[in-house]
Design a protein around this ligand. Structure first.
Ligand code: HEC
Ligand code: HEC
Length: 404
């Protein structure tokens, strides 16, 4: 780097000097008020140089110049050869750094130092300024999901962490997600091909930024392992919220004076009781869940259980969560369907070919449009967990899945 800079500035200085010299000579020639020199005899009429001069002094002078330039070339080429790899490396590093910077501007929200109101896409609002995950306000319409009576409800949809996204997906998969978004979820399409606002350059810059902020897969694994405890704690939090809501509703009922207000308050109490009972049941279920079930909840359910991403049992307006693994973006894994895709009994025996194939699918996966299982074709939508979760953790998830 240092060498490259000194060579570069050296050459620039040399060029400037050369240009100045030429300009100086021309100016001197034009401006100098020299006496009109005596008219010279045209060259064809002039006496040629005698052979002794031509073939000794004159020739030697030309040869000396030729030699000097040959030496300059001979010294210059190896020097160039020495410096060039360094120059190329630093050029491509600079290129990469600028892509990361542009990606960071795109990712930022106004809590981040590189926020630019004209350019930033506010990924950080949903995924967190530290990209460790967050949530997105979203409106879901249960009516569209079969409940004709229900009104649209405001929910908080969990947005996954992105600081480990390359431990789960490869670059092509992330590219597709960014271009097309996740229809039916708050994740918008960003690429032109998906109907979004951004060209390929911006998508590549975002990918460069995301790559730049990745945590190691060991750290991602630690986070994933701790996430199960956090998930149980979150269910406990829902119970506390539901208890508080019920207490508030009962207070409101006690304070209601008119018959109409009492009826409305009584309805709220009933709803709060329902929410509390449901929150307790979910907390109870998750406190007693196997490791496999909890790892499924925290890594898989967002795509394989509808409503998982926004389910809040303490909010009575949100309908009950469907059975675990009954299908959403990913297919249903219930009622023996994974045993059809990956046959092998006993279902929980990790040495059957079906169990091993299912393990490979969850841990490593298959390339886009490549087959998996008996009749599966990979669409590239599913993340693969082999570098984040341990073998024992993945086996625990698969045992749970094969029991659904
Ligand atoms: C309005 C909120 C919102 C914004 C803004 C947003 N996302 Fe997302 N994103 C989400 C949600 C929610 C999901 C998960 C969707 C689901 O449940 O399938 C998601 C999923 C993703 C995923 C897939 C991760 C995985 O593990 O499945 C990537 C990658 C991603 N977003 C990147 C971005 C980038 C980069 C930006 C900014 C250009 C961005 N998102 C902006 C809400 C958002
Ligand atoms: C981002 C969404 C997403 C997440 C997260 C996800 N999956 Fe999937 N899964 C899919 C999709 C989509 C398919 C269908 C195959 C395809 O499109 O490649 C699938 C298919 C499967 C299948 C095959 C089902 C069949 O009958 O063909 C299994 C088994 C499976 N997933 C297990 C898991 C496990 C275990 C996890 C968590 C460690 C997980 N999935 C997390 C989206 C996801």
């Amino acid at each position: 780097m240092y060498l490259a800079i000194t060579l570069r500035t050296g050459l620039i200085t040399l060029n400037i000097l050369a240009i100045l010299t030429i300009v100086g000579i021309v100016a001197y020639r034009v401006l100098s008020v020299r006496r009109v020199p005596a008219e010279r005899t045209p060259q064809n009429l002039a006496e040629p140089m005698p052979d002794e001069v031509m073939e000794s002094r004159k020739l030697e002078r030309s040869l000396r110049w030729a030699f000097t330039f040959a030496v300059i070339l001979a010294a210059g080429l190896p020097l160039y050869w020495l410096v060039e790899p360094d120059r190329q490396a630093s050029a491509s590093k600079g290129f990469e750094e600028r892509a990361v910077e542009r990606g960071e501007v795109l990712y930022s929200n106004k809590d981040m130092p590189n926020y630019d109101p004209a350019k930033s896409l506010l990924c950080a609002n949903c995924h967190g300024a530290d990209a460790a995950g967050g949530q997105a306000p979203f409106v879901v319409t249960p009516a569209a999901q079969g409940d004709e009576e229900a009104r649209p409800i405001q929910v908080a949809w969990k947005a996954p962490a992105l600081d480990d996204v390359f431990s789960r997906f490869d670059e092509e998969q992330v590219h597709t997600i960014l271009v097309y978004g996740r229809p039916g979820s708050p994740m918008p399409a960003w690429g032109v091909a998906g109907g979004g606002p951004k060209n390929e350059q911006a998508i590549t810059d975002l990918i460069a930024y995301l790559k730049h902020i990745q945590v190691s897969s060991t750290k991602a694994g630690d986070i994933a392992t701790r996430a199960t405890k956090k998930y149980v704690a979150e269910q406990q939090q829902y119970v506390e919220t539901a208890e508080q809501n019920l207490a508030d509703a009962q207070e409101a009922l006690a304070a209601a004076t008119t018959a109409a207000a009492r009826a409305a308050a009584a309805e709220d109490v009933a709803a709060a009781e329902f929410a509390l009972q449901r929150s307790r049941a979910r907390y109870e279920e998750m406190s007693n869940a196997s490791e496999g079930q909890l790892l499924f909840e925290t890594n898989c359910a967002r795509c394989h259980t509808k409503a998982w991403s926004y389910y809040d049992p303490s909010n009575p307006k949100i309908p009950d969560i469907p059975p675990a693994g009954s299908g959403a973006l990913g297919p249903s894994l219930r009622a023996g369907s994974v045993l059809q895709q990956f046959p092998g009994l006993p279902a929980d025996d990790p040495t059957t070919p079906g169990f091993i194939k299912q393990y490979d699918w969850v841990a490593v996966g298959a390339g886009i449009n490549k087959p998996y299982g008996v009749r599966g074709i990979s669409s590239g939508q599913m993340p693969h967990m082999g570098t984040i979760l341990t073998k024992a953790q993945i086996e625990a998830i698969i045992k749970y899945e094969r029991s659904l």
